[in-house]
Design a protein around this ligand. Structure first.
Ligand code: SF4
Ligand code: SF4
Length: 411
């Protein structure tokens, strides 16, 4: 799987009044998707996610730790499985996990790609990724220009004016807690509701055959709550292929915090582990500058020979400029660093071929943004989601579906 990708899916609406298309048209649509994937040569048809981590090719789609719109999650999973991602990271919720797996299987019915790993994200304490915005529209002045609605990147705020009050508010399952609506409200009406995922419910999800990995979000400043969660996951950890720890850069104490967590995990760690370096959380859709913190974080950790074992992966502000940024600092698919090449070689155990210093990149807001317009357009124009259109089309029947054109470019 290439480390960076851009994809663009275009829609051509059916002629006015035509709401059904024939199975012939559906077959043509699917053939175009197959042809495109074959011509691009998505390597994940055969290579494993673990190979990608070793080679520095790993790409993870972040659906969002708090994003629970199952239709969008299914569609994102379908699109990005076709694009060849190695892992799909989603909310630790059974319905969301089902949606991810349905999207993956719908994609694999179209093209026999290998299955990406499914990861669920949990937290050990209050965390930006685990919160929802909330307000009572009855408290909003009628003449408010509703900047909250405009600024929300997830279309998670929907308001309608009536003569006496505003109706609507935050669509909870779509809110992923980015926080952009909080400062723009001129009347300070929006609150953040934070939550912590329950360890026993998480353990139950981890025992499922269709869940491969867990990601623990931690602030890295204390390890007591991390230890509590880790111990609470108990034997469910034995079912996993990968454990990821997502943490922000906390200056000089970052490495010692990572080592502390690694020593807590080690006795029960039966699979690969990964450090998700969360540069600038939930900001990849903002633009070029957002990726700088993730690159700087990666440089800092990669250069430190005292870091604990585990793959390194960027997140937080990652977007179309991240790979260029990694190339500029000499970290894109690099297998050694001049200052500690021996340590690089022993980073995740003994392997016959050199390992990439940086295993890969996770894309969240940016990945959702570049396909979101298309998905929204399909739902508003046709009322049916891509998932149903494509998965249903594969059986050859007659379906109400838009004409789907797809152009995916691997860099
Ligand atoms: S702007 Fe962010 S925090 Fe506010 S409703 Fe939208 S997704 Fe939620
Ligand atoms: S900006 Fe504040 S006051 Fe205005 S509609 Fe949004 S929440 Fe209500």
């Amino acid at each position: 799987m290439a480390l960076s990708f851009s994809c663009y899916a275009s829609l051509k609406s059916q002629p006015q009044g035509q709401t059904k298309i024939s199975s012939n048209n559906n077959k043509k649509c699917l053939q175009r998707v197959k042809d495109l994937i074959n011509s691009v040569g998505v390597p994940s048809i055969t290579s494993s996610p673990h190979d990608s981590l070793q080679r520095g090719n790993w790409v993870k789609l972040i659906c969002g730790a708090s994003f629970e719109d199952v239709v969008d999650v299914r569609n994102l999973s379908l699109v990005y499985t076709l694009a060849g991602v190695d892992c799909i990271d989603c909310a630790a919720d059974a319905a969301v996990v089902n949606a991810v797996n349905e999207g993956i299987e719908a994609a694999r019915e179209i093209v026999p790609l290998r299955r990406p790993w499914v990861m669920i994200s949990v937290n050990d304490d209050e965390d930006l990724h685990f919160r929802k915005a909330e307000f009572d529209p009855n408290d909003c002045p009628l003449d408010c220009s509703r900047p909250c609605e405009i600024v929300c990147p997830a279309n998670a705020i929907s308001l309608e004016g009536t003569p006496s009050a505003l109706k609507g508010g935050v669509i909870t399952e779509r809110c992923y807690g980015c926080g952009r609506c909080f400062p723009v409200c001129p009347y300070d009406r929006i609150r953040a509701i934070t939550y912590v995922r329950d360890a026993s419910a998480t353990a139950e999800l981890l025992r499922r055959e269709d869940v491969d990995a867990v990601e623990i979000h931690t602030n890295g400043r204390q390890t007591m709550l991390f230890e509590e969660l880790w111990n609470g996951l108990g034997d469910s950890l034995g079912y996993l292929r990968l454990v990821a720890i997502s943490l922000p850069h906390i200056g000089d104490s970052t490495i010692s915090s990572m080592n502390m967590m690694y020593s807590l995990m080690q006795p029960n760690l039966r699979c690969f582990n990964l450090w998700q370096l969360d540069g600038r959380p939930m900001s990849g859709d903002i633009g070029r500058g957002a990726t700088r913190e993730a690159i700087a974080f990666a440089v800092h950790i990669a250069a430190d020979k005292d870091r604990p074992p585990g793959f390194l992966q960027l997140a937080g502000g990652t977007n179309a400029h991240t790979v260029d940024g990694l190339k500029r600092v000499g970290l894109f698919q690099a297998t050694t660093l001049s200052m500690n090449s021996k340590d690089e070689m022993s980073m995740v155990g003994s392997h016959s071929s050199p390992l990439a210093v940086i295993g890969g990149v996770a894309y969240g807001g940016y990945a959702r943004k570049i396909v979101g317009k298309v998905l929204n357009s399909m739902q508003s124009k046709h009322g049916l989601a891509l998932y149903r259109a494509l998965s249903g089309a594969s059986s050859g029947g007659t379906y109400r579906s838009p004409h789907f054109g797809w152009n995916c470019q691997m860099l």
